[in-house]
Design a protein around this ligand. Structure first.
Ligand code: NAP
Length: 299
């Protein structure tokens, strides 16, 4: 249980509600900042204003999946108030306090480093990334279905990258009966993709493997689907780029060539906010419980 643990949430979206729910169930003392338009209430959570005093007794500060923007503004869909995380707030945090977010921009990273506060970027964790790959693959399938006039079954689907998202994407397509080609750069990924029944190839030879593609799913976060690669595709190919912004596709060239290319960031929060929230809730609650236990042992 988290009895006596002080947690504050600043801003957030539907996913955040799952985290609030979990932490209040565990009996944490929860302050909510930026939830004034929220109809739902949580037993054990109280609304608060964003002031320096709030930070002095916190054990954990939870920010939305994209922590702050480049100027410290925090997005909150349940408020019309401006939420800004200022350096003087972070300065007031106890040194053992941790800040949790999905991924942090340089503003937040610098702020935490300057005040020796541990920043936990949840989306970088393997467990979170693997769980998140499930709603990501489902969202990508939705886009594929909406943007093609063929079934996934029987399609030639190319997946670029065989990491946490790529592997799930490839397996999901295979489960629906697609012929799945997987672009990798390491021998061990080539061998694993082969073992799993995909047709692996090296991304250094990408242009040779897209000539018959109906769908291409990119998970490589650097420019890989270049003009040369797009020129080697049939015009019917639909590119769904899952890599973080700006994606790995030459979108300008795709448009000129008449190839449909879609940049699709943040799918878990869009297609399955409840599941995406539960994934975050489960990992964050575990981490805060471990910290709480450690502090109790030291006391
Ligand atoms: P990951 O586990 O690190 O996988 C990335 C893959 O790309 C790895 O297989 C890596 O190969 C490969 N790769 C990287 N650079 C490459 C290059 N230059 N040439 C060939 N292969 C290269 O990452 P992930 O968790 O799957 O995430 C992939 C991307 O999807 C990230 O940008 C992430 O932010 C994004 N994402 C998007 C959504 C969404 O909703 N759209 C959801 C989750 C994640 P090695 O194994 O050889 O390093």
């Amino acid at each position: 249980m988290l009895t006596g643990t002080q947690v504050a949430f600043i801003g957030g979206d539907a996913r955040t509600l799952e985290v609030i729910q979990r932490l209040t169930e565990l009996d944490a003392t929860v302050s909510l900042i930026g939830f004034d338009n929220l109809k739902q209430s949580f037993v054990g959570a109280t609304h608060a204003e964003l002031t320096e005093d709030l930070f002095t007794a916190l054990d954990a500060l939870l920010l939305p999946p994209v922590g702050t923007d480049d100027e410290g503004y925090v997005e909150g869909v349940f408020t019309s108030k401006e939420l800004r995380l200022l350096p003087e707030y972070i300065a007031r945090l106890p040194k053992h306090a941790k800040i949790y977010t999905g991924m942090a921009k340089p503003y937040l990273k610098k702020l935490c480093a300057a005040h020796s506060i541990t920043l936990v970027e949840l989306f970088q964790r393997d467990d979170v990334a693997i769980y998140n790959s499930i709603p990501t693959a489902e969202g990508a399938l939705l886009l594929a279905i909406q943007n093609t006039d063929i079934t996934i079954h029987g399609s030639v689907s190319v997946v670029l990258g065989f990491g946490r998202t790529g592997a799930t994407m490839a397996r999901t397509l295979q489960g629906l009966g697609a012929k799945v080609l997987v672009g990798v750069r390491r021998n061990e990924n080539f061998a694993r993709a082969y073992e799993m029944g995909f047709q692996p190839f090296y991304t250094s030879e990408l242009t040779k493997h897209v000539g018959n593609a109906d769908l291409l799913f990119n998970t490589i976060p650097s420019l890989i689907v270049t003009g040369e690669v797009i020129a080697a595709m049939p015009p019917r190919t639909v590119i769904i780029d899952l890599a973080s912004k700006p994606g790995g596709t030459d979108f300008r060239f795709a448009e000129r060539r008449g190839v449909k290319a879609i940049l699709a960031p943040g799918l878990p929060g869009i297609v399955a906010p409840k599941t995406a929230g539960r994934i975050i809730a489960s990992v964050v609650s575990q981490l805060i419980m471990e910290d709480t236990q450690k502090r109790r042992n030291e006391a």
